[in-house]
Write a protein that binds this ligand. Sequence first.
Ligand SMILES: [Zn+2]
Length: 233
Amino acid sequence: MARALAAVAAAALAVAVATSVPARAATRAAVPDAARPASAAPPFRGGIAPLTAAQRAAMTPSAWRPGCPVALAGLRSVRVTHWGFDGRVREGRLVVHRDVAPRVLAILRRLYALRFPIRRLEPIEAYGGSDFRSIEADNTSAFNCRTVDGTRRWSEHAYGRALDLNPLENPYVGRDGTTSHAASRPYLDRSQARPGLVRAGDAVVAAFAAEGFGWGGAWGGAKDYQHFSASGR
Ligand SMILES: [Zn+2]
């Protein structure tokens, strides 16, 4: 009996070794940079896909309509796991230009490795295409066929080449030092590191910069702390 139990224990150990070694190897392969998830963290999951017929229909006409600078065929859906502010792993989705989709996926992989919390990741059509409503929900989004506020010029978001990260913690701050969102007022003070906050020289700015994305928090005059774009604009 004792021998049988020992055999069972040895078999269980063998299984544990057999399963844990490839799992660690897979994590290392999936995250090529030095910043690896802590040992207990589930590995990052993410993928890129063309928009489905249902997604295209849901985007039209709130987020996309004929006359927008990028065709729906030029956009991609990036689905990932991310950390929430509650320390749990969640799932979310972004819509971006196909040319930047692999880089956006790489950035989100790095943010996951950093355990940087993201409130929510939903395409802008979940908010009727309203940038204001998306910000009020502290939603991180990318593609939105809209103009720059107060102009007739397409926003970088209309090309799917810009991403707004935790917009309440990282507000757009005008030259007068104010924000349009009351919930962002506590974050006008950027002197302290806080969860979800992006600050000059931090690992989040570096994660985007590693993929060639510039940060709106580095602009002179008005600052767009939530905004990262492939063009730097
Ligand atoms: Zn933006």
